[in-house]
Each structure stands twice: as structure tokens, then as C-alpha cells.
Ligand binder design. Sequence first.
Ligand SMILES: Nc1ncnc2c1ncn2[C@@H]1O[C@H](COP(=O)(O)OP(=O)(O)OP(=O)(O)O)[C@@H](O)[C@H]1O
Length: 614
Amino acid sequence: MSGGIGVERVGQQPGRGGRRLAAERTVLRLARPYLGRLVGAGLLAAATELAGLALMATATWLLVSAAGRPPLDTLTVAIVAVRALAISRGVLRYTERLAGHDAVLRIVTDLRTRVFASLAARPPAATDRSGDALSRLVSDVEAGQDLLLRVVVPGAAAAVVGVLAVAGTALVSPVAALVLAAGLLLAGLVLPVVATALSRRTAAQLAPLRGALAVDTVDLTQGAADLAAFGAQPAALRRAEERAGRLARLERRLALTGFAVDGAGVLLAGVTAAGVVAVALGADVGGVLVGVLAVGSLAAVEMTLALVGAARQWIQLRAGLVRVAELLDTAPAAGPPSTGTAAGPAAAPAAGPVTGEQVPDERHWVLDEVVVRYREGGPAALDGVSLDLPPGSRVAVVGTSGAGKSTLLGVLTGAVRPTAGRVTVDGVDPTDLPPGQLPRAVGGLLADAHVFHASVRENLLLGRSDADPDDLDRAVTAAGLHDWVRQQPAGWDTMVGEEGGQLSGGQRQRLALARALLAAPALVLLDEPTEGLDPAAADAVLASALAAVPARHSVLLVTHRLPGLAGFDEILVLDSGRVVQRGRHVDLVAAPGWYRDQWRLQKVAERGYTSLTA
Ligand SMILES: Nc1ncnc2c1ncn2[C@@H]1O[C@H](COP(=O)(O)OP(=O)(O)OP(=O)(O)O)[C@@H](O)[C@H]1O
């Protein structure tokens, strides 16, 4: 069930003092190469606002002057100006949006690439949730986009317009300009600061609470069957409802603060305009110009009030910005994103050979005295494990549940970092391989391989995008799925359902196995590839899968099933992270120990199974 809002740290980091803008600075640094485009967008935004301001002022002048019924030709210029300003405002707004989005989307592409690269490069933390990486890649990166589009560009435009409006007013009446400047400072500086201070704390609580509620929703829907089975549904519902209630209360509080600030803004615009009019009248400014100043001041303050909206946006974006900055600050040197761990969905599309890329087909993997401890001071999940995997080797790892088999696979894929010892591929650290080469060096069928809501063909092509129909045929045959595919009316185009829900457990496993065989990395990891199959089918599928792996590619098989291991070069027996036996099958069945005991037990069990099914 949901870890609740405790999982999120970002909400408590609105930041103070010098560190407050660190996240923004990190994100804005990426905008440097596009500074010219951004400044262009900012200038266009300012020009749009200025056109609007000039339109209001000219239209007011026109209306007030027309009331005095002057000769028509004195009004003609103003009439043309109103039209020109109305049209140019629309055109400027359009070009500003075009330029702003062009610049920002380029920056966001860089940002997303870097976030992806650093997500792919860092080892998964125990606290990571599956949706976390996705939300970092999508909504957090969008926070960077919104920072530029909704805060920086409109904020800069409002500041420019404010300065020009004060300068324009000063030409008519310097004292009125002072009043306007005071109103603009209140609207553009004090009000945003007050709005930010009032809503910061509430806004900081919102994002994690929304995230927690989304997690609740997923748990309540996807885990509905399990919750019902354990009678835990009412409690889970209560927890989600309580969270939803808190979220609603916070949103109401935020909306109320927003209304109050908006109201203050409107009041401020009115008071500023009244002040400007009073001062202008006192300074003997002409009647028509007083009208222009009144409407112009109203419009200028209203435009500056956009900064309140920008500040509000900024508050809501902070959590995402902090998370992005955290990743960027710990990111490896910039470069094309790596394709992640070997068997993960993200890695799959890149697993196929890349045309023109010289990637060796065979690799020599070595584990040297590898120790893994998941918790400092805790027991070792792997304790001094050494293993030599020259090209073409066939090695099996067996042992009791919790012995460290999956940890060993994790070390090879890079998902688990050794606490001590070394892993090398052709003598180098796997993390030093050129980007994109790791999935060609190691991969395969790992536990809980994901089957996508797509056709059989699409699921297989994730293994190798350039596979031809013969390759697909060979892979499904080796995985024992060929007959099933042939029987389906839609054949290769059969949809397998969400998470392969329209397949049996065994079929799902075979589809994932076929995909792994198609990808054929230099070291093929097979984690219980025949799980869920009956003994006869398991032996047949394992034999055909091993035969389908190219001769110079190595195989590391993790299994609970000992029959079928006779042809392996080496078998490791793990117990509590340590290798307690190792050797070939013939030697291990001859020696007393876990392997021989287990072998005998499985033989007896299988004889019983065969006599029952015969
Ligand atoms: N992410 C983790 N965090 C903390 N401890 C872990 C983690 N993964 C595994 N362990 C611990 O490490 C030890 C080895 O686990 P591992 O999953 O490698 O065993 P295994 O041999 O693959 O087991 P099984 O056959 O049941 O899959 C276990 O004691 C397990 O509790």
C-alpha cells in the first residue's frame, strides 16, 4: 500500500536564503545556449503588452476627444492607430507564443535528455516507486518548461511594460508617474511577495499529497482483489478518503488566498488610477490626458498583476524544480542518454544492434570477490562471489530462496552496485562502456519481465527492432510459443492485454523469453525461464532456449530446477550469499551437499508427478 506523503521530501524544501534559488539557477543554466531566442520571446511579450497598453490609451484619447466634436481629420490618425494597434497586438501575441515555445521546447528537450541520462545512470534506490521515474521525466521536466513560459518570460515582459508606462506618464506629469510607479511596485513586487508568503506552505503540501493520492488510487484499483481478499479494503478506502479530504481543504485554502490577493490587486489598480487622476488634476494636466492617464494606469497595473500569477505558478513549480535540480546536480557528464538497465522496458528498444555501430558480439565478464550489502552493517546478500564468464560459457546458479541469486544478476545488469569487489567486462567497468553498449553486453529474461499492452510482434521487436519474420519465428519456437501464435486468428498481431493479462502465466513467460533470445546480448541472463511450466515442458523449453543462444554468447541461468543442468560448464550453489559448492553437474551429484540432496528430492518428486500424469 501507499507509502503516503512521507515518501516525498520535496514538499518540505521550499528553501530559504541563499539556497532558495539554487534549483532555478540549475535549470536556467540549461537555457544559456538559447538565451538569444528567450530574450527575443521576452521582447515580443513586452511588445504585445505595450501594444495593449497603447491601444487602451489611444482608444481613450479618441473617445474623450470625440466627445468635443473636433474636425474628423484630427481624429483620423488616432482611428488608424487604434486599428493598427489592435491588429499588431494579435500578431505580436502569436509571434511571441511561437518564439517562446520554440525556445522553451528546445531547452526542455535538453533538460529531459539530461534527466533521462541521470535516471538511467543512477542505481535504483530501495525507496523508488515505479511511477517516480516517469513523473520526474514528465511532470517535473514540465515544471522547468513552465518556469520559463509562465514565470520568466511574462515576468520580464511585465517589468519592461511597467518601466515604460512610468516613463510615458512622466512625460505628461512627473508626480503622476511617481504615483503610478508606487502602484506598480505594490502590484508587481509587494503583492506577489505577499501572495507567495501566504500560499507557499499550502502549495508545498499539495504536490506530495496529490502524488500520494495518485498512489492510493493505483493501489485501490490494481490491488483491489488483494485488499478484498485480506479484508483491508475499508481501511484502505478510509485512508484514501482522509487524504482526499485533506487535499480538498488545502485547495480551498489556496483558492481563498488567491481570491483575496486577486481582490487586493483589483483594488490596487483602482486606487492607483484614482491617485494618478487626482495628482494629474492637481498638476493642471488637460482633461483628455487625465482620461488617458486614468485608463492607462488601470491597464498598466492590471498587466503588472500578471506577476502575482507568475509568483503563484513559481510556488507550485518549486517542488518539481528541486527534484529536477537534484538529478542534474548528481548527473554524469552530459552526453547521449544511456539506455538503462539491461532488461527494463526502457532499455528494450535500444537493445537491437545499431546499424553502423561496432559492438562486439562476445564479451568476457568477470566477478571478482563481489560483496553486496543492501544495508550498512546488515548481512551480505553476496559475500565474496567470484565468477569467470568467458565468451560461450554456460553457467547456472542455484540455491535456496534468498541465497543471493537475483542479487548476482542485479550486479551484472548494473541494477545493484557491489559494496566491495569488482565486476568487469573485457577488463573494464561496465559503467565505462560507451553509452548504449551495456544492453548489448548483458541482458535477458529477468524476474517479473514486463509484457506490454501491444501485439505479440511489437512485444518481440522490443528485443531487437530490426528482427525479420524468420528471426521472430526462431525465437518463439525456441521459447515454445510457436504453436500458440499459429493458433491465434490474429497471429503475430494478437494483442496480449495490459501486462500480458490475456496470456497464461506460462505464455507470458515464454513471450518474455522469446524477446530475450531475440535480443541475444553477449551475456544472456535467464532468471527462472521455465517457471510455471510443467517439468517436461520446462526441460524442452530450457534445452531449445539454450540452443538458440549464439555459440560465443554466454548464458547465466538462475533456476530452482536442477534437471537440465548436465551440459553446463559450471554450477554455483549459493547459500546466504556465499558460494558453498561449485563444479559440473556430474561432480556435484557425486559429492555430499545441498546439490545432491536437492537433486535426489527433485527426482523423486518428478517420478511421482510422471506416474500421476501417465
Ligand atoms: N532491494 C533489497 N533491499 C534489501 N534487501 C534485499 C533486497 N533485495 C534482496 N535483498 C535481500 O538479499 C538477500 C538475497 O536476495 P535475492 O533476491 O538475491 O535472493 P534469491 O536467491 O534471488 O531469492 P529467490 O530465489 O527467492 O528469488 C535476501 O536476504 C533478501 O532479503
